[in-house]
Design a protein. Structure first.
Length: 423
């Protein structure tokens, strides 16, 4: 087990993270949603405490305790006053090693997840992202849903979830991080309370080999009735976080759609008024993850807005950034980097990510210095190599009968129309 301490003696609050090295990417094919379900089941009763008693125990401390799920790891997070640390930590350990897995709670959680799927379908932006992840690179580990589908949730059994729970939290795979007014000896005492006899056989690691790039510019029109406003999401895989290529693309990401002064915002929102926001973002993960661009234009201008976004992306690919644009973006990124590590909890979070992703300690701290050594030629080389305007997947949530005739003439290599509630 790895232990990380981020001391901070200016506050009586303490935060801890118990993280592992397996996330939703290990969901078996056909059982998508299993990891999220299993992680949540730990909070549905542990040891002698049923669900209600467990919740009341946490609330009675004025504390917060929850689980965060990511593609590559899970994090059990707790925050409380220092005097309640031992009690809250004991409750956290119970969710890992004494989870009850009551049958009634298992069935109720499955019902709640189905309701969550229904709520997701009411939010067009979430629908767009869900379908983009599905169609961007079919078959790739990160392109499967973490929440699940109606079919995959129906396949999840209580026994399957219980068996996975033990594997997810093997002692040797754990990372314990604490931020707050404690020292190394107190950290060691907390670590000793995590049972060391929990070493089931390791889980098979997911294959993070990217699939061959899907050729062509593909339109997926997600049909939803009576849409006055459309949601647009487009993208492809980006370089792996922590690589030189990813850091060069971070400059491109910010310049193209990560600031209010970025090209997308200035063209799509400020100049044309087609969408309140137009953004570009990249994910952090162990393997190649998505570079995504989004906007939400009104239905009557959706086609022209998509055409312009595609043109802007092609221009970025062919011409890269101008020198003054690069310098301004670099200055912005160097200045904003400090805000990501301003608190002890933020620094702890980054340290845990560095451990999970196999990066050197304090890797994120050196980003500003690496930016200083970066040139516009290097960034533009990265843009030329890692932007793929000819292989974009474009998802549009709209009313198909109205939108399809408007979009057909934009030069697609394939068009697929799917119902918004089909996935």
């Amino acid at each position: 087990m790895k232990c990380i301490l981020e001391p901070a003696f200016d506050t009586p609050l303490v935060s801890f993270h118990i993280s592992n090295r397996l996330g939703t990417a290990v969901d078996p094919i056909g059982s998508e949603g299993l990891v999220c379900h299993t992680a949540e089941m730990g909070f549905r009763g542990a040891g002698f405490l049923g669900r209600n008693a467990f919740d009341e125990s946490v609330d009675g401390l004025g504390a917060a305790l929850g689980i965060g799920t990511r593609r590559d790891y899970l994090t059990l997070r707790g925050t409380c006053l220092l005097r309640h640390l031992d009690t809250l930590f004991e409750l956290a350990v119970a969710t890992i090693h004494l989870a009850r897995f009551d049958a009634d709670e298992h069935e109720q959680l499955l019902r709640e997840t189905r309701y969550e799927l229904d709520d997701l379908r009411d939010d067009d932006a979430s629908v767009a992202h869900r379908f983009l992840n599905r169609y961007m690179h079919p078959g790739y580990t990160y392109c499967r849903t973490a929440l699940g589908t109606e079919e995959s949730l129906a396949s999840i059994s209580l026994e399957q979830s219980r068996d996975l729970h033990a594997v997810l939290f093997r002692h040797s795979d754990l990372i314990l991080g604490v931020a707050g007014p404690i020292d190394e000896s107190r950290l060691a005492k907390l670590a000793s309370r995590l049972p060391q006899d929990t070493e089931p056989p390791p889980c098979t690691r997911p294959d993070l080999t990217p699939p061959p790039l899907t050729p062509g510019r593909r339109l997926v029109l997600v049909d939803k009735p009576k849409r006055q406003q459309c949601q647009v999401a487009m993208g492809h895989l980006a370089p792996v976080y922590g690589t030189v290529a990813h850091e060069r693309m971070q400059v491109a990401e910010a310049a193209f759609g990560g600031m209010f002064t970025s090209r997308l915002m200035q063209e799509i929102r400020v100049k044309e008024g087609w969408s309140y926001g137009a953004n570009c973002s990249m994910h952090r993960a162990l393997g190649s993850h998505g570079l995504q661009m989004t906007m939400a234009p009104a239905a009557e201008v959706c086609a022209v807005a998509i055409a312009r976004m595609l043109e802007l992306y092609k221009e970025l690919h062919e011409s890269g950034l101008r020198q003054e644009e690069f310098e301004f973006t670099r200055s912005y990124l160097q200045g904003s980097a400090a805000f990501e590590r301003a608190t002890a909890n933020q620094r702890l979070f980054r340290s845990i990510q560095e451990e999970v992703y196999g990066l050197p300690p304090h890797f994120a701290d050196g980003f500003a210095d690496r930016l200083s050594a970066m040139s516009v030629l290097e960034v533009n080389e990265g843009i030329a190599n890692h932007t793929k305007p000819e292989a974009l997947c474009v998802v549009v949530v709209a009313t198909a009968t109205e939108m399809l005739p408007r979009l057909e003439g934009l030069g697609w290599d394939s068009i697929e129309v799917v119902a918004f509630d089909s996935y």
